[in-house]
Design a protein around this ligand. Structure first.
Ligand code: TXA
Ligand code: MG
Length: 317
């Protein structure tokens, strides 16, 4: 059976991609499953390998902002400011799509999602190619985004997939997605580690496209990031009731408590918590616990992206 293979050889990965192949690539947020954005067959293969519905559009990763005009029909002034201040980095901008952009990438929408990653290995790969890559997170549909090579390999075991080594991702959560469309206030479609305040954005009312349809992130409609083991919130009662069960795993938030099962304290600082959350879920899943219990982090803006992701994987009850 073929297995995913890791490599540090950027030229080998660039060569495979330029021939229409796929490769997993590091970014500062999470690993991506990349294909040349101008090759429709390669883009199709990404959907197939992920098991992703074709109605869920992909983010286009660019070497630098000089490529934006190939992909966006227009760039509103607020988008230019965000590009200047936050690219390269964990920010994706949804802009009006250039007419030449494949509908496979946009899922037939009139907008396109663009980002310039800052991960040095990814940046060098994009420079070497001098071309754009689509890259959804390198996980099977509805699974947790991988933040290191080993977790990409777990997702695609049995596949002949080349994984470009970049080490553990620094950010650990997917990019903040901001829609900036003409005559509309910018709107955060997916929270990330760059917060509204850091981005200098005001609270925006319900957001509509030029045609008056609500603009959303299609991939966020459904529950999206499930570990194998069921995850639930933990409170004092759960700690009391389940703390002595060896088969229950725990994730703490800066206030670890004595429990019998596997546990990890991700700390009370949102940056470090975000960096290690997905890797911790992979590690806990590998221990096959009966359930994973998560102590709720604080409810404030700095933790919004973490709450957003946790709410997608935690079950009620
Ligand atoms: O950090 C990230 O953004 C990672 C790394 C690999 O770059 N990528 C990532 O891609 O998270 P993906 O495909 O797993 O999530 C992208 C999200 C999806 O929910 C998709 O629906 C949304 O972006 N999206 C893509 N194009 C869009 C568009 N034109 N309008 C609204 N949402 C869009
Ligand atoms: Mg994803």
């Amino acid at each position: 059976m073929p297995e995913p293979r890791q490599t540090r050889d950027i030229h080998q990965v660039a060569s495979r991609l330029s021939k229409g192949g796929l490769a997993a690539i590091p970014t500062e947020t999470v690993y991506g499953l990349a294909a040349l954005a101008t090759n429709d067959q390669a883009v199709d293969a990404v959907f197939v390998l992920k098991g992703r519905p074709s109605s869920n559009p992909l983010i286009v990763h660019l070497p630098d902002s000089s490529h934006v005009s190939d992909w966006a029909a227009s760039v509103p002034p607020e988008a230019k400011r965000l590009m200047r201040e936050f690219w390269p980095g964990p920010l994706t901008l949804v802009l009006p799509a250039h007419e030449s952009v494949s509908r496979r990438i946009t899922a037939g929408q009139s907008t396109v999602a663009l980002r310039v990653p800052s991960h040095p290995v990814c940046a060098e790969l994009l420079r070497t190619l001098g071309a754009a890559l689509v890259a959804p997170s390198a996980n099977r549909s509805n699974r947790i985004s991988p933040t290191c090579e080993a977790h990409v390999a777990l997702q695609f075991s049995g596949e002949d997939l080349l994984i470009l080594e970049g080490g553990p991702c620094e950010v650990g959560l997917e990019s903040t997605i901001v829609a900036v469309l003409p005559d509309q206030p910018p709107a955060i479609l997916r929270p990330g580690v760059l917060t509204r305040e850091q981005l200098g954005l005001r609270e925006s009312p319900a957001f509509t496209s030029a045609k008056g349809e609500p603009v959303t992130v299609p991939g966020q409609h459904h529950r999206h990031y499930a570990p194998d083991s069921p995850a639930f919130w933990a409170d004092e009662a759960a700690l009391k009731q389940l703390g002595d069960r060896a088969e229950v795993a725990w994730i703490f938030c800066g206030d670890p408590r004595p429990v019998r099962g596997p546990s990890k304290d991700l700390g009370a600082e949102p940056g470090a918590y975000a960096q290690h959350l997905y890797a911790t879920l992979y590690e806990m899943d590998a221990l096959n616990p009966s359930e994973i219990r998560v102590i709720p982090p604080p409810r404030c803006e700095d933790w919004e992206a973490i709450h957003n992701r946790l709410s997608r994987l935690i079950r009620a009850g």
